[in-house]
Design a protein around this ligand. Structure first.
Ligand code: DON
Length: 553
């Protein structure tokens, strides 16, 4: 009897845990970051240890996109018990922040005040996230999982063409701050090809984190330097800001599209809500059987409505109450769908008035990890704009974010990505600014996807298109590569990459009343993994638009 019970127990645990992937996979925006992740898996680390290694490595080798001076959202799936959780490592507004801190006496936004320099920086969440991940989910000590990043920072690495292009775009602001210029520029200029980026101060900060966990960053000599450096350059951080910063574990947003379970980012990201609302609206259309122009029209009409709700309602859940049950409800979506005409675009201005939403580049970063136990991480990390605020705190090598710009600086005034908001996303002390970052899992009984991308407000439309591709049975190499189109309520236009819309589609959309805007360039840098349990196969893909690397091993 006892052995029967044991057998039954083992069987039900195996069933619960499911089969294991035949291989592990990592897709990230930089080959050295992907390599750092595998180095840690090879040492017996799990996907969460690898995530610490990849995130820390990206902070060193892709400094324009994310880092210790920034934040992000990490979506976790633990195979052992099926636990799914979102680590919210979003930056918080300093306690001295005020609703109108970026406005002049006449109430007008002060140009670039929320974008350049330390006043634009929220309190970083990334160091706390790394410590939290290692302590609560990892198998290895931080000392091990941070080792590759520390090595990259100390020994340096030769930058690629992407880095040089990014510096070119933020050269002016990096040149303004001596500690930033000394690290990222070469004699005050955009470096020449072959430039070796060495960051010994950052290596010491990573070592402090490795030795003392979160206290290594938010307390002690690092904290002293952060406070002194920020305040000397016009910032308003206080000791209390650093001491009270906490990572928050939040329940992911969950929805369903046909047979796909969608697990995605919860507020203070708008990503999961807008994604699920969009898919709910689309779920009644036979998209793959419609002519392509009609399908694209319907997708745009769904985005128009879901992005509007983002602008109207969403913000930090610890500060504002949001009608999430309504926004995520299939019945609410059915009501929105009823007002969609297949032959006409609805002008955004005809939807009940609200604040609005806008575009994005190649900053911020995403990585996806699957280990051989079936643990998964989808992480989108950011310092907001390219090289964040451009301000490096002297003596730390830590480049600070300019995430404060993701708040609604003033109702109706668009941020860097054209997004506007109202009081739900107004600045308040200690509050988290609304984000579009959308790390996502897509799950059917046979197939599991781990994905995400940078791209500001376009992140959510990119992940929508990938979810539709996944549901239609396409493989990750296509999700990440397919040309993209986008609509975000306001501005009321379909933006599109070269080759995204055929001539006939453009004409058909124009006839329906859409305004079309050719961007003339690409956007996004999606990193995706597919575990096909039916075929017992793992695939990974890195967006051909970026210089990343996807490895299955
Ligand atoms: O959290 C957000 O939505 C933005 N800070 C993300 C910025 C971004 O993706 C820039 N990338 N191109």
């Amino acid at each position: 009897m006892r052995s029967f019970l044991l057998l039954w127990l083992a069987w039900s645990v195996a069933l619960w845990a499911g089969p294991k992937p035949p291989q592990a996979a990592i897709a990230s925006a930089h080959p050295l970051a992907t390599a750092a992740g595998f180095e840690i898996l090879d040492q017996g680390g799990n996907a969460f240890d690898a995530a610490v290694a990849v995130a820390a490595a990206l902070a060193v080798v892709e400094p324009a996109g994310s880092g210790l001076g920034g934040g992000g959202f990490l979506l976790l799936h633990r195979a052992r018990d099926g636990r799914q959780v979102m680590l919210d490592a979003r930056e918080t507004a300093p306690l001295a922040a005020r609703r109108d801190m970026y406005l002049d006496a006449a109430g007008n936004p002060i140009p670039r005040a929320s974008i350049d320099g330390p006043l634009a920086a929220g309190i970083p969440g990334m160091p706390a996230a790394l410590a939290h991940l290692a302590e609560n989910y990892g198998r290895l000590p931080l000392r091990c999982s941070l080792a590759p990043a520390i090595r990259y920072a100390r020994e340096g690495f030769v930058v690629g063409p992407r880095y040089l292009e990014q510096v070119e775009r933020r050269h002016a602001v990096l040149g303004r701050y001596p500690a930033a210029a000394a690290i990222f520029l070469e004699k005050g200029q955009v470096p020449r090809p072959g430039f070796r980026l060495v960051q010994p101060d950052l290596a010491r900060v990573l070592e402090a984190l490795a030795a003392r966990g979160r206290a290594g960053f938010y307390d002690g000599w690092v904290a002293e330097r952060l406070l002194a450096g920020v305040r000397a350059a016009g910032g308003v951080w206080s000791r209390a800001d650093l001491a009270r910063y906490r990572v928050v574990e939040r329940r992911p947003v969950v929805g369903r599209y046909h047979n796909v379970r969608v697990v995605s980012a919860a507020p203070p990201s708008s990503g999961g809500v807008v994604l699920v609302e969009t898919l709910n609206i689309l779920s009644a259309y036979p998209l793959t059987h419609l002519d392509p122009a009609t399908a694209k029209h319907l997708i745009v009409e769904a985005w128009r409505r879901a992005y509007r709700d983002q602008a109207l309602y969403l913000g930090d859940p610890d500060f504002v109450s949001m009608p999430l049950r309504r926004l995520l409800s299939p019945d609410y979506a059915a009501g929105l769908r009823a007002a969609i005409r297949p032959d006409r675009a609805l002008p955004s201005a005809w939807l009940a008035a609200g604040p609005e939403a806008g575009g994005a580049g190649a900053d911020t970063t995403h990585f996806s990890i699957l280990d051989r136990d079936g643990n998964r991480v989808a992480a989108t990390l950011s310092i907001n704009y390219l090289f964040g605020s451009g301000f490096v705190v002297p003596g730390t090598g830590v480049l600070l974010n300019d995430e404060m710009d993701d708040f609604a600086i003033k109702p109706g005034v668009p941020n860097l990505y054209g997004l506007v908001g109202g009081s739900a996303n107004a600045i308040a002390p200690g509050k988290r600014m609304l984000s579009s970052m959308t790390p996502t899992f897509l799950e059917t009984p046979d197939r599991i996807a781990v994905l995400g991308t940078p791209g500001g407000s376009r992140i959510i439309s990119m992940v929508t298109l990938a979810a539709l591709d996944f549901a239609a049975g396409f493989r990750p190499a296509l999700w990440v590569a397919w040309p993209r189109f986008h609509h975000q309520y306001l501005p009321d236009e379909i933006q599109y990459e070269p080759d995204a819309l055929s001539g006939a589609e453009r004409r058909a959309l124009h006839r329906r009343g859409h305004r079309l805007k050719a961007l003339g360039r690409t956007y996004g840098n999606m990193q995706a993994i597919l575990w096909d349990r039916f075929l017992d196969r793992v695939e990974a893909a890195s967006d051909p638009r970026g210089g990343g690397s996807a490895v299955v091993r």
